[in-house]
Design a protein around this ligand. Sequence first.
Ligand code: ZN
Length: 399
Amino acid sequence: MSLPPLVEPAAELTVDEVRRYSRHLIIPDVGMSGQKRLKNAKVLVIGAGGLGSPALLYLAAAGVGTLGIVEFDEVDESNLQRQIIHGQSDVGRPKAISAKESVAEVNPLVNVIVHGERLDNDNVFEVFKGYDLIVDGTDNFATRYMVNDAAYFLGIPYVWGSIYRFDGQASVFAPTLTDDAPCYRCLYPEPPPPGMVPSCAEGGVLGVLCASIGSIQVNEAIKLLTGIGDPLVGKLMIYDALEMEYRKLKVRKDPKCDLCGEQATVTGLIDYEYFCGAVSEEAADAAADATISVTQLASMLKEREEGSRDFVLVDVREPNEYEINQIPGSVLIPKGEFLSGAALEQLPSDKQLVLHCKSGVRSAECLAIVKGAGYADAVHVGGGVVAWVNQIDPSQPSY
Ligand SMILES: [Zn+2]
């Protein structure tokens, strides 16, 4: 499937530009018109790290007129094994500034916009606005889902890449360009459980893998901007550096996608840290010796029924979730009421508290609060209502 070019051509190329880009200009598919489109293009690169380094250098060299760099971090010595846009003398300096200087050295004709801040719900729309295309080089799931959702809401297509050890993946997500194009959520509706997928910092990454995937991302960016070739829309490129194997899988748009599906439930930015299950340190500490299984809960509920035990089972989810499924005998007090302190006023001080939510993230956070308030024997249910439905009561729907 070919797509129309994302960018209109600039009026003219200068004599300097014609000299600089001559090897592009003599490729018939790119030519003068393609190079003028690149000159007019505004591309935002998220992260000046493993993927962002080669991506920025090649986008700059290719003559993309405006390059945005989102990066809040500083250069560390351990970055230099793969983040080739930075050098030894940049250690300790802001990555965004180091990257900007390298881009200027490669191609002084590029206009660089530095966004030296951590991307979050409060600034993501402001940062994204005005760009024709995004190249996503983020390394964590919370930011990936945020990038996907914000790009969708603004109608900006983006090129995604990921790397780990010897394996890389890349795709183009452009659900607003064509009806049958999937988004990242169509491919990965749910983030992996926390702790399941180690980051590059924990698991390592082959330095040159960044170049393999980053250059695929630039390749796709140039195709989209100039309207040439068959972009990776609806396709997932999987690269295995050890076997030296590229595979391409079809990715279909999911009609039930929470974001771009027919009955979307994600209609604005959400709490991505929570969605990706990033448990706070306090919550992890509180849950460390106070997590029970759904099987334990089932026998506790039986004992409560028989009168040999007493406790309060609190569901900390939202009312709409409570309507979908429930653990029998629970009372609903949403997490927000624990945060505000209102929940503690409703709870008896002389009974054990057992907290649960959907999967065990929110209940761990509430557990830290109630333990802090003196409920020393409070516990929460690992796996939450999802585990309850799976293991104890499959007759209930899950979500
Ligand atoms: Zn989708």
